[in-house]
Design a protein around this ligand. Structure first.
Ligand code: FNR
Length: 401
């Protein structure tokens, strides 16, 4: 539905990945390699989806990931998506590269909101946005570390994205027909003010960053571990380091004070050819060793994917495209529908698995290929989970009485 409503350049910006899109495809395909080990003939009348992330209770074990430029998909897209996340009892993560003011996004949602940080615009602009996020009431800062430069998104080149945002008539002209054949989108886009700026990146002496300035700005603003030390001084709340794929980076992030690490390859949009997130997850869980929370994103399209990631040690997961398609298709109701599709499949999967609480999911509910890194972790986790299982029937029979 999003493909039908959006111009090619916008749809492919959401749908596409970097290079040959190997990591993008693998992110979703890898879920096929993990198979369930259900406990059948188990009846349960309730199903608990609640989870606690960074001290906040969420009604769902999935959150909305930062998706830049959502305002191109739908008028006031970031506010709309945040509102739906709050209504569903989960958190929304606002990208630095968003079209709505962070204060408006905070006000739009009844749930928790996190702010994702890029250093585009330099430290002064970043400090100002971090302060604004704190005052507005954002509860966590997500620092993305996998964006040394923008990934090579070949679909954007074919769609003429650079030309379309250049603001130069003759450059734009050959690519305008794709906008004209989407009149519903075009009307909304124009009524919403046309091409967005970045109101959360206020350049000293210049005002909000322009759309065309992003790519060079990203290349000049790689986040380093040194930056993390400085960010910790400016932001006293919890920090999530996003873009961790190896034990080495996981340990470093925790040593630098991360409250959570987010196993992510940016949805296959940055370095093509890196491991799919699900495969990197056990290695990171083992390296972190309980010193921080482990979150994961990448490739999640079904509730059963969420369950598999939780079984492999994620405390919760983030979804990007799964809701971005909904936003592009139908705005708020589209995001609500996407969340509901995931929630319903999550409940069904838990019931079929014979597990009534997401908190009880662990490695004993899945098999994964023996050659995966840190597959040996299964041995210790398995013993723990057997203990859990021995305790659990008593708890449910107490509940029944
Ligand atoms: C992203 N992602 C992203 N991440 C980030 O830290 N800052 C950002 O501005 C963006 N922007 C962005 C735009 C679009 C269109 C997409 C699809 C993704 C990455 C995002 O937060 C997340 O890591 C992935 O989307 C997860 O993969 P799935 O769920 O899309 O497969």
């Amino acid at each position: 539905m999003a493909k039908r409503r959006l111009p090619r350049a916008v749809f492919d910006y959401i749908d596409g990945g970097a290079g040959a899109e190997i990591t993008l495809r693998e992110n979703s395909r890898i879920f096929e390699d993990v198979t369930f080990r259900p406990r059948n003939a188990v009846a349960s009348s309730t199903c608990r989806l609640q989870t606690t992330v960074l001290g906040t209770t969420l009604e769902l074990p999935f959150l909305l990931a930062p998706v830049g430029s959502s305002r191109l998909s739908f008028p006031r897209g970031e506010c709309v998506a945040a509102r739906e996340a709050g209504a569903a009892g989960t958190a929304y993560t606002l990208s630095t590269l968003s079209g709505c003011k962070l204060e408006d996004v905070r006000a739009a949602s009844s749930g928790p909101v996190w702010y994702q940080l890029y250093l585009v615009g330099g430290r002064e602009a970043a400090t100002a946005s971090i302060q604004r996020a704190r005052v507005a009431g954002f509860s966590a800062l997500v620092v993305t570390i996998d964006t040394a430069v923008a990934g090579n998104r070949e679909r954007d080149v074919r769609s003429g994205t650079k030309e379309l945002v250049s603001g130069q008539f003759w450059k734009m002209l050959p690519h305008v027909p794709q906008l004209v054949v989407r009149p519903g989108w075009l009307a909304g886009f124009l009524l919403d003010g046309g091409l967005m700026e970045f109101p959360n990146v206020v350049l000293p002496g210049k005002g909000p960053m322009k759309y065309a300035e992003v790519e060079p700005a990203l290349a000049q603003s790689t986040v380093t571990w040194q930056d993390l030390r400085w960010i910790r001084k400016v932001w006293s709340g919890p920090i999530v380091v996003k873009g961790v794929l190896t034990a080495q980076d996981a340990r470093r992030a925790v040593d630098e004070g991360a409250a959570a690490v987010l196993v992510s390859n940016h949805g296959g949009r940055q370095l093509d050819g890196v491991a799919p997130s699900l495969r990197a997850l056990p290695e990171v869980v083992a390296a972190v060793g309980g010193r921080a929370e482990v979150l994961m994103d990448g490739g999640i399209r079904r509730g059963s994917d969420v369950v598999k990631a939780l079984c492999l040690g994620a405390r919760a997961v983030l979804v990007g495209r799964a809701y971005a398609y909904g936003l592009g298709a139908a705005g708020g109701p589209g995001v609500a529908r996407a969340i509901e599709i995931l929630r319903a499949d999550l409940v069904r999967t838990l019931a079929l698995l014979g597990c009534d609480d997401v908190a009880a999911l662990d490695r004993s509910y899945v098999d994964c290929p023996a050659h995966w890194p840190a597959a040996s972790l299964a041995v210790t986790k398995h013993i723990d989970s057997q203990r859990n299982r021995e305790e659990r029937p008593q708890r449910s029979s107490q509940a029944a009485t």
